[in-house]
Design a protein around this ligand. Sequence first.
Ligand SMILES: [Ca+2]
Length: 110
Amino acid sequence: MAITDFLAASDITSAINACKAKDSFKPKMFFKTVGLSKKTPAEIERVFKILDQDKSGYIEQDELQLFLQNFSKGARPLTAAETRAFLLEGDSDGDGKIGWEEFSALVKSA
Ligand SMILES: [Ca+2]
C-alpha cells in the first residue's frame, strides 16, 4: 500500500510543487492541497502508518525530514527549520514525536 494508491496524482503534484522552495513547506497547507484532510479516519491512519517507516507508532524527527519523499520519490528533504516547525505544530503533548492522535488532529484541522 502506497500513499499514491488513494491520493490523486494531480493533487500530489500540486502539493509538492507548492513547497519546492526551501522553507516554504507548511504542514496544514500540504495536507489540504494533497487531499488528505478530506479522507476518512481509516485512510488517514493508513497514511500515518506509511509515514511511520520504522513502525514505532510515532512519526519521529528523521521520518518528518523525509516526509515529502513518501508522496514523491524525487521530492526534497525538509530543512531543519521546517522539520522543527512541523514537529512543534503536531506534537501537542511535547514528547518530541507525533503519535496517531496528534497526526489525525493536525490533518483534520487543515
Ligand atoms: Ca517512527
